[in-house]
Design a protein around this ligand. Structure first.
Ligand code: GLU
Length: 493
């Protein structure tokens, strides 16, 4: 049994890296018969963006990564309520009091101007990255330098203050990361992080630790960008005297040129991918392989298969390249994987939106079969099947083809020959059609393409479509001949 959590901040639409973090937490929990929890970390009121929490929940639902506990589409679920940090201020207040009492935290009254001045002076003195830390805190205005009475007077007078973590002197923070192994951080490299802001809201560090403890989280899986925060978190656990969960920091997502994946290079929000027609199965399969590998050459995994195979020791340390070519390839693989019936069921409503006749079409599965190997997105289906539901335009520019060595002058003769040949077929199917057309080409000393291309172009009106024989079979003999006759009439004019 394990308890994992996904703890997004509602500061933007859920991005692909976030969905991968959610997935890894979900897989770990399911693998260990545990609980996957969703907590909303909404303490940063300045960066809060309306509507993004809903986007996060809906996207998780789309991906079938619904939380077992915490914030869900049906409201809050579980006995550790509330799961929105903005509703837990009293919990953080109690935690802060505990830290103040044990002298692991202190009040700091420095104004923004004073902090800026300190940084300027330090920089001038040759310290390139000044921070509020052990070496600095005794020069600042805080409860370590002011008397108890002065502190009380300031608070009573309503002076603004923050509460900071008192990082211990000469201490080495030791922590084990499930992906990176044993890590050590010198306390001199850690700043006295703000834990409670002047607006009374906790910072991420405090709220995150207090809640992971209160919600009995035993495995924290999150992006590598949180690694620099880890020593502060460990110090907080030490200060509270709480047991630590395990930690796993998953590798950054990189663009194909090796840089950090960012909005500037294109789509990073999952909603953009949904809109473009990627299937949830594909996105999950793709994201699982960003940083994790099964140890075999297999690449196609359903969510259930991932639960069975997933383990953190197969997650790499180095960055994972977000390769959209691979994503498209996977989408193709998944589309081919559906049974003919499943595939037809998925595309029927899409095609029917444009061609209502498709809804009650008894031959729809057969028609859909013609394109299952040819499309990457379901939305391509309507155009690819359009010729079944409307009379295609006879387009001489398309029927004649330089590549296939069919000139415009040749078209009428070829179409006449096709009509003559196809009329004679008594058992109408792909094989018999193929046989007679290949025979025809041979007799007339034409290349196969010189006969096939015009046939396909007339039957479908499309530059890219399923093959001529299969299309003719599904259209039926009468319709095929009707279309050829109409084309002949038009090209003769
Ligand atoms: N609220 C943080 C985020 O937005 C959570 C980081 C963590 O998992 O500790 O990603």
């Amino acid at each position: 049994m394990s308890r994992t959590r996904f703890a997004p901040s509602p500061t933007g639409m859920l991005h692909v890296g976030g969905l991968r973090t959610a997935l890894f937490n979900y897989l770990y929990a399911k693998k260990n018969e545990g609980t996957f929890i969703l907590r909303i970390e909404d303490t940063d009121r300045e960066r809060y963006e309306e509507g993004t929490e809903e986007n996060i929940l809906k996207t998780l639902d789309w991906a079938k990564l619904n939380p077992d506990e915490g914030v869900t589409l049906e409201g809050e679920k579980g006995d550790k309520k509330p799961y929105h940090q903005s509703e837990r201020l009293d919990v953080y207040k109690k935690a802060i009091d505990k830290l103040l009492e044990s002298k692991n935290a202190y009040y700091a009254f420095d104004t923004t101007e004073e902090l800026n001045r300190m940084r300027e002076e330090e920089k001038k003195a040759g310290n390139p990255a000044p921070k509020y830390d052990i070496s600095m805190r005794m020069r600042m205005k805080n409860s370590l330098t002011l008397s108890e009475e002065e502190v009380k007077n300031k608070i009573d007078a309503g002076d603004e203050y923050v509460i900071r973590l008192k990082v211990p002197d000469n201490h080495t923070v030791k922590v084990f990361d499930e992906i990176r192994g044993a890590l050590e951080f010198k306390s001199s490299s850690i700043d006295d992080a703000v834990l409670l802001k002047s607006d009374g809201f906790p910072t991420y560090h405090l709220a995150n630790i207090v809640d992971d403890n209160a919600m009995d989280i035993d495995m924290v899986i999150r992006g590598e960008e949180w690694l620099p925060s880890l020593p502060k978190h460990v110090l907080l656990y030490e200060a509270f005297g709480w047991n630590m969960p395990k930690f796993a920091h998953v590798p950054l997502l990189l663009n194909p040129s090796g840089g950090k994946l960012s909005k500037r290079q294109g789509d990073v929000s999952v909603s953009d991918f949904i809109e473009r027609g990627y299937l949830p199965e594909v996105m999950i399969n793709f994201l699982a392989l960003l940083g994790w590998n099964p140890g075999t050459t297999d690449e196609i995994f359903s969510l259930d298969e991932l639960i069975e195979k997933f383990s953190l020791d197969r997650v790499q340390k180095g960055g994972a390249i977000f390769d959209t070519e691979k994503l498209d390839w996977l989408q193709g693989q998944w589309i081919r994987k559906f049974t003919p019936k499943e595939f037809a069921e998925r595309i029927q409503p899409i095609v029917a939106k444009e061609f209502p006749d498709a809804r009650k079409d008894s031959k729809f599965v057969e028609k859909a079969q013609l394109i299952q190997d040819r499309i990457t997105f379901f939305k391509e289906a309507s155009e690819m099947l359009s010729f079944f539901y409307l009379d295609p335009k006879v387009d001489l520019e398309l029927i004649a083809s330089k590549k296939q060595k069919v000139t415009k002058d040749m078209v009428a003769d070829i179409v006449s020959m096709l009509i003559e040949t196809l009329e004679k077929i008594s058992t109408w199917n792909e094989e018999t059609i193929k046989e007679s057309i290949i025979k025809l080409a041979k007799e007339k000393e034409l290349k196969n393409g010189q006969v096939l291309w015009p046939l396909r172009a007339i039957l479908t009106g499309l530059p890219y479509s399923p093959g001529a024989f299969e299309v003719a079979e599904v259209l039926g003999k009468d319709e095929t001949l009707k279309r050829l006759a109409k084309a002949l009439e038009l090209v003769k004019k």
